[in-house]
Design a protein around this ligand. Structure first.
Ligand code: ADP
Length: 167
């Protein structure tokens, strides 16, 4: 019985993230979806807004919980008894970044293993940054993000204006 963490910025959550969550929750006893807080990097959504969007989406799943974390992910994982970090991989550049990160995390805590999950081909072009840009031009997001996220993106565009976005 292994517990796992799926960390990310989720700014905002997409169908690509949800696909990884759906597959991982079928493999692990419990899945902790963790919004990694980086106060140096301002996102479009605040960490609390991302947390709320994920909670909305994931509340039907009994073995999935959502958390905010502003410490090292390996520290979060160990303190919750999670042995595995799940990471989604869309492409070779993703893999080379994720591979280096996994080596760093292994150095920080050798008890914790990183497991890579390749994207479903339907979602391999989905990237939060591209979605934010499309949203700022009022593009159709229905194939990319769930309705609660599309609505939140529309609200943000009203506030920050068309064509503008923060990273
Ligand atoms: P991004 O801004 O690239 O969407 P996140 O930090 O929110 O990044 O991503 C968290 C995790 O989800 C990472 O392991 C990332 O590779 C993975 N991920 C993001 N989008 C997808 C996708 N479309 N398919 C599979 N994995 C994904």
């Amino acid at each position: 019985m292994v517990k796992a963490v799926f960390p990310g910025s989720f700014d905002p959550p997409t169908y690509g993230h949800l696909n990884i969550i759906d597959r991982a929750r079928g493999i692990f006893e419990e899945l902790y979806v963790v919004v990694a807080v980086n106060r140096q990097k301002s996102g479009l959504f605040s960490p609390e807004e991302r947390f709320a969007l994920l909670q909305d989406l994931l509340s039907p799943y009994k073995n999935v919980s959502v958390h905010l974390c502003d410490t090292l992910i390996v520290n979060f994982a160990r303190s919750h008894g999670c042995r595995v970090l799940v990471r989604g991989v869309r492409s070779v550049p993703d893999f080379s970044y994720e591979f280096e990160l996994s080596i760093m995390n292994k150095g920080l805590d050798p008890w914790i293993e990183t497991i890579f999950m390749p994207t479903d081909p339907k979602y391999f072009v989905l990237r939060s940054s591209a979605i934010k840009e499309l949203a700022s031009f009022d593009g159709d997001l229905s194939a990319m993000v769930p309705p609660n996220v599309a609505a939140a993106l529309r609200e943000k565009s009203k506030v920050i204006g068309p064509g503008e976005q923060s990273t």
